[in-house]
Design a protein around this ligand. Structure first.
Ligand SMILES: [Zn+2]
Length: 664
């Protein structure tokens, strides 16, 4: 029996073989196609639509997960073989004309019109989504939409290749050790290793993150910094990797697509089903935040220039800011590590959120997993004793595991269904690549790593505390300008003295973080915060301007440069072309296009929502209950703006974010 064919709460991770993947997925695709036909034939297609891909989804979740945490060449090949078939199946659903007719037929019935709550929302969202995929267009409109989508895929793929190729085309070789002055030893070693890997002598620098950032932050030689900064900010502007003509093409295609589908512009199309809803709302949000940030931004830049004793160029800013930071705060993040042993952080976190949200986390033993380092836990409701779900945690790097930290869901249950026969627990997981234990000491984390654990646990609770009867709207399946609220808000408990004292204890002495160190850590957080915020706001504003206001004629690079200039700490030179390398916006048909504002949007939500805990108590079970019932339990069963309002009693207020960064 192929274990991928049957949904099992205790996933037999130790039995799944790469050779089982293709036959299982082929069978499940056939099963899903059969169910799709049943859905079309059903007088009430909504419920069937919600569950028709459940088995396929489970198997793909398990396979994708194993490929991320315990990959082998065979497993990767099997995953790559099924992935295109599966995504082709999913993207065919909103284009299925018979299904569209079945949904419309149902929508016109008295039964559909009397729907309430999550089912009503599911119907509306399904209809809107079909329309956004062109379901209502006449034949020629559908054909044109298809052409646009194909063209967008081609042009954005080319854009992304150009950025990568032009990034890789650059290298700086330094032969004279004296020119390396200022760089930390780790950066020098990395540059030496990079040269050796290319069979060259000396030190090699590139435009990739770690190398570029180290040069801009530490290298004393301003002329070299200028050359490298210039190379970075003119990437993809020369043959054979010139992306400038592609920018205009992408913007035109996106605009045409939006108009074809009945929207004013691409921002309105993309934001239609997000919390912001319209480009106008996103724009106002960024403009307001800009006004509030600008005074402090100017102060910071004046202070930096007076510290440097000279007028600064763009390639000087990072360098002098680092010197200023070191002079103002002699704060070494490494000093905090002994207070953040993994064990203490995790247990303290369970204790804190157990109290706040009325849950109990208990380790489960003897559960099959993919690696001996994995732990499994159950989450129960403290009041009723009901099991809400289980989750795995896998925190350390391995060669067969991908990088980064993430949360994922394996099964979407319904642990509190009205009908006891339908009650099923949720299953999820959280993974990371944290500092592993060395020299017989426990794993000692940075403060940022502790925040990462809290962050992923927030996503996990959004999944495990979900009480939504419609699977498609449960847990973390929310608009992406809302999805980071439950995760980011949890990070706040890593910054409050009261909660920190519960888990940040010296691993040998049990002492709390000394007050002086705690204050330093808080001060360092607000250093040049207005500059960081202006940078994000500039990207968000240029993104919306390009997708809402660009006239189709003006040179895109020049247009973007003029918009970005007031957000930069130093005057931008005439050939500044950062936009030609902005892969977030242009390396896929949608990507972050018209959505860059989401970063700040989510930060405003989390900072603002946390003020209720600040005011009513960081351990307040009453506020916790409210957050659990009105946000965590609700998934996408209601408009996120309504959910937020039901928790806060009003719309989001940016003041809390300004206060967090000392900008008030
Ligand atoms: Zn996240």
């Amino acid at each position: 029996m192929n274990p991928l064919l049957e949904i099992s709460f205790r996933v037999p991770f130790d039995q799944i073989q790469a050779a089982q993947v293709e036959p299982a997925i082929d069978e499940l695709l056939a099963d899903a196609a059969r169910r799709l036909n049943e859905t079309i034939a059903s007088p009430e297609p909504l419920h069937a639509l919600d569950t028709m891909t459940e088995r396929l989804e489970y198997a793909m979740n398990v396979v994708r997960h194993l490929e991320s945490v315990a990959t082998t060449p065979e497993l990767r090949a099997a995953f790559n073989a099924v992935q295109p078939k599966v995504s082709a199946f999913y993207s065919s659903i909103p284009l299925n004309e018979d299904l569209w007719k079945a949904i419309q037929r149902y929508a016109s019935t008295a039964e559909a019109r009397s729907l309430t709550g999550a089912m009503k929302r599911f119907l509306t969202k399904t209809i809107d989504s079909f329309k956004r995929h062109g379901a209502d267009l006449p034949a020629e409109g559908k054909a044109r939409l298809k052409e646009i989508d194909v063209a967008l895929t081609e042009v954005t793929t080319k854009f992304s290749e150009n950025v990568l190729d032009s990034t890789n085309a650059f290298e700086l070789l330094i032969d004279d050790e004296k020119q390396l002055t200022g760089l930390p030893p780790a950066a020098v070693d990395a540059a030496r290793a990079s040269a050796e890997s290319k069979g060259k002598t000396g030190w090699r620098f590139t435009l990739h993150g770690p190398s570029y950032i180290a040069l801009m932050t530490y290298l004393d030689d301003a002329a070299i910094r200028q050359d490298v900064w210039h190379a970075y900010n003119t990437r993809a502007t020369a043959e054979p990797h010139d992306s400038r003509p592609l920018l205009a093409k992408i913007l035109e295609l996106r605009q045409e697509k939006a108009r074809l589908l009945g929207f004013h512009d691409f921002a309105d199309l993309v934001l239609d089903d997000r919390m912001a809803h319209t480009g106008d709302t996103a724009q106002k949000f960024l403009d307001d935040l800009r006004v509030l940030t600008e005074p402090r931004f100017r102060e910071e830049n004046a202070a930096l220039e007076s510290f440097a004793g000279r007028k600064l160029e763009p390639w000087d800013v990072g360098y002098w800011a680092e010197k200023q930071r070191a002079a103002l705060y002699d704060f070494d993040e490494e000093e905090l590590r002994p207070y953040f042993s993994l064990q203490n952080v995790v247990n303290g976190m369970f204790e804190i959120f157990g109290r706040i949200f009325g849950i109990r986390v208990e380790e489960e033993t003897g559960v099959p997993a993919w690696d001996p380092a994995v732990k499994c836990y159950a989450i129960r409701d403290t009041a009723t004793g009901a099991t809400l779900g289980s989750f795995y945690s896998d925190w350390f790097p391995r060669e067969n595991k991908r990088g980064g930290a993430w949360m994922d869901s394996l099964l979407t249950g319904n642990p509190t269904a009205r009908n006891p026969a339908e009650r099923r627990p949720h299953l999820g997981l959280i993974c990371g690549n944290l500092t592993p234990p060395v020299d017989g000491k426990p794993a000692l984390l940075t403060h940022r790593e502790a925040e990462t654990i809290f962050h992923e646990f927030g996503h996990l609770l959004h999944h495990l505390l979900s009480r939504v009867e419609v699977r498609s709207l449960a847990g973390t399946s929310v608009p992406w300008d809302f999805v980071e609220l439950p995760s980011q808000i949890m990070e706040n408990w890593c910054w409050e003295r009261e909660s920190l004292d519960l888990f940040a204890r010296h691993w040998q002495t049990g002492e709390r973080v000394p007050e002086e160190l705690f204050q330093k850590m808080k001060r360092a957080k607000t250093f040049r915060a207005a500059n960081m915020q202006m940078r994000q706001l500039g990207f968000g504003i240029v993104d919306l301007a390009l997708h809402r206001q660009w006239d189709g004629q003006t040179n895109v690079v020049k247009y973007a440069r003029e918009i970005l200039a007031p957000f930069a700490a130093a005057p931008l030179p005439g050939d500044y072309a950062m936009i030609a390398g902005f892969t977030h916006l242009f390396s896929s048909p949608v990507g972050y296009g018209a959505g860059y504002y989401s970063y700040k949007w989510a930060e405003v939500l989390d900072a603002d929502a946390f003020t209720r805990f600040r005011q009513e108590g960081v351990f307040s079970a009453a506020v916790g209950r409210d957050f659990r019932d009105k946000i965590l339990a609700r998934g996408d069963s209601e408009d996120p703006a309504v959910l937020f309002r039901s928790f806060m009693g009003r719309d989001p207020d940016p003041n809390a974010l300004l206060e967090r960064f000392g900008l008030l």
